[in-house]
Design a protein around this ligand. Structure first.
Ligand code: SAM
Length: 264
């Protein structure tokens, strides 16, 4: 395979396409609001409503642009630090087969392949286009990082993994389970992740586990995971990590992240 660059492209959890969509909404509501104020006499409540919506999209555009910078390597490098938080919790023999569910651009899969030199890694993702991540991008990144011989990437959904029961020695996932839309219950994707883990295998999942509507309380989540046939499970509230700036601690950003990890 030929690679277009010699620098891996890991992208950003806030894609430029997403910011463009918010900016387009700002342009639409801003233009309509301005035209109404200029050309339409009266209709004050409507004008205030449209202007408020335009202000909301203006603030959102600035907020997401700033957050994107914080996530990036040249900004606060928060994306890397969040991935490292997950890696810190991996207590594993360092060999065998590992799976990364929702691997995106391959960032976590490749970091792990570089750290655990005797293990083989599979990354799966649905690659819907929402983040601009691609399978070919993962493969190119793995080649550039010289771990292509021990990594492979497949298109699959976290809700129906194309693997036999008890296939992997380690299963990891970062910020993916809450995104799984093809099953109503977010716990179903967790059950699937545990299904493909071998007995005595290790798992470390980081997600928006403090969103109660998805996962219940941390105690309820621990009980639910234990009932999936797991012998040891821990919950770690990573949302309190000091490296996360206050502006990223909103509930839909990193304000609700946590890790569940343990042994099957
Ligand atoms: C916030 S990104 C995180 C990507 C990667 N884990 C990381 O930490 O850089 C969420 C990822 O979940 C993936 N995703 C969403 N729904 C999925 C599904 N049903 N099955 C597998 N992956 C999915 C998206 O394509 C995206 O790559």
């Amino acid at each position: 395979m030929k690679v277009k660059t010699d620098t891996p492209q890991y992208g950003n959890w806030i894609s430029i396409e997403f910011i463009e969509k918010v900016f387009i909404l700002l342009l639409i509501f801003g233009t309509v609001g301005t035209l109404l104020w200029i050309f339409l006499p009266g209709w004050i409540p409507l004008k205030i409503l449209i202007t408020s919506i335009a202000i909301f999209f203006l603030v959102s555009t600035i907020y997401f642009y700033y957050s994107r910078r914080l996530f990036s390597e040249n900004g606060g490098n928060i994306q890397n630090k969040v991935l490292n938080k997950l890696i810190e919790k991996i207590d594993w023999e360092e060999r065998g087969n590992a799976l990364d569910i929702g691997c995106g651009s391959g960032a976590l899969t490749i970091k792990l392949a570089k750290k655990f030199e005797e293990a083989n890694f599979t990354g799966i993702d649905y690659w819907t286009g929402a983040w601009g991540y691609k399978k070919s991008q993962c493969e190119e990144n793995a080649l550039i990082e010289k771990v292509d011989k021990r990594t492979k990437f497949l298109k699959a959904s976290a809700s129906k993994l194309p693997f036999e029961d008890k296939t992997f020695d380690l299963v990891v996932s970062n910020l993916t389970f809450h995104e799984v839309k093809d099953s109503k219950n977010k716990l179903a994707a967790l059950t699937e992740a545990i299904r493909v883990l071998k007995k005595e295998g290790r798992f470390v999942f980081q997600d928006l586990f403090l969103i109660r509507a998805y996962y219940g309380t941390p105690d309820e989540l621990i009980t639910a995971v234990k009932n999936m046939g797991v012998k040891e499970v821990h919950f770690i509230d990573t949302s309190k990590s000091t490296f996360i700036p206050k502006s990223l601690k909103l509930p839909f950003m990193l304000g609700t992240i946590g890790i569940i990890c343990g042994v099957k």
